[in-house]
Write a protein of this length. Structure first.
Length: 314
């Protein structure tokens, strides 16, 4: 532990050092501040825009209307992943020609990594404690920063809808195929059954058969015919009705899936759209001026320390 006398001695030495080199320290500080300010003046100005959104609590419009809650961490995490997806990024890069903005040759494969690095540096997404998502963009144009964010919000809604409906589209296609197979089977059986009804002079049942409304007593049918043809027709009728019922079930399933497929996925809840902000976010003249002064003083201190050490050794 340093004693009081030692502390007083160190303070005295430091004070004497500052007094002795005050003019040099002040001069270097002024020069460094001037260099820092000049540097800041020549650096291109950048402007920052922000937007705030909440993800819907459920992927259906009805649920979002009935229970429009905000702040689900799972949905917020999913939204962050979508915002960081290649599909969203590539769409932004293409629309706003960011290769040209960053002065990169898009034909060189190695430039893609550099583009991604700059993109992630300038365009960021952050989850807040309230589970909202803050989108920010910082570019050399206030309008460009705002336009990029508003476009990201719009394209993210489309990507979300496509992701949520991927499995649904597969289910719909399978239901469509099942319905078509049942329809072909029913049409074939209906053709055979209609022919049999005509051959057996049961024309009165043809209209009912076309609507699958036949309700027939097998015993009465076989007795009235007096041979096995009645039993055969009755069996065909039962098979036809079973296929028709399965077709109705397939059609109902297909219609339900089609309705869900045509129902839009709820859009993001936009709290604040991005607006152009013409107050520059970078560079800060004050920070560059202070940084230049501090750096110059630090360099001078190192030089004086080395000089003093050399003098002492001599």
């Amino acid at each position: 532990m340093i004693s009081d006398s030692e502390q007083q001695k160190d303070t005295y030495l430091l004070t004497r050092f500052i007094r002795k080199n005050f003019k040099s320290l002040a001069l270097f500080a002024i020069i460094g501040a001037a260099i820092g300010l000049t540097t800041a003046l020549f650096i291109p100005k950048e402007y920052k825009s922000t937007a705030i959104v909440f993800p819907p609590s459920a992927p259906s419009v009805e649920s979002s209307i009935d229970n429009p809650n905000f702040g689900y961490d799972v949905e917020a995490d999913r939204l962050i992943q979508i915002l960081h997806s290649n599909e969203v990024r590539d769409s932004v890069v293409k629309l706003f020609d960011l290769y040209s903005y960053y002065e990169l040759d898009h034909q060189k494969n190695e430039n893609k990594d550099e583009l991604i690095k700059k993109y992630r540096s300038d365009i960021r997404f952050e989850r807040t404690p309230s589970m909202s998502i803050v989108l920010s963009a910082q570019t050399r144009s206030a309008e460009l920063s705002a336009d990029i964010l508003n476009y990201i919000i719009a394209v993210t809604d489309k990507v979300r809808e496509k992701i949520y409906k991927q499995n649904l589209i597969t289910s719909f296609q399978n239901a469509q195929q099942e319905y078509n197979e049942q329809k072909i089977k029913m049409d074939s059986m209906q053709f055979v059954l209609t022919k049999k009804l005509k051959d057996n002079n049961l024309n009165s049942l043809i209209i009912l058969a076309s609507n699958a409304q036949i309700s027939i007593d097998m015993d009465k049918l076989s007795t009235s015919r007096g041979d096995a043809s009645g039993l055969s027709i009755g069996s065909d009728i039962i098979s036809f009705k079973n296929v028709t019922e399965r077709l109705k079930e397939s059609e109902g399933k297909l219609l339900r899936l089609k309705k869900i497929l045509n129902t839009p996925v709820p859009k993001l809840f936009v709290i604040d759209h991005a607006e152009p902000r013409f107050k520059k976010a970078f560079p800060s003249y004050l920070i560059f001026t202070l940084a230049g002064a501090v750096f110059s003083v630090a360099v001078l201190l190192i030089i004086l320390t080395i000089k003093r050490g050399s003098a002492t050794s001599d």
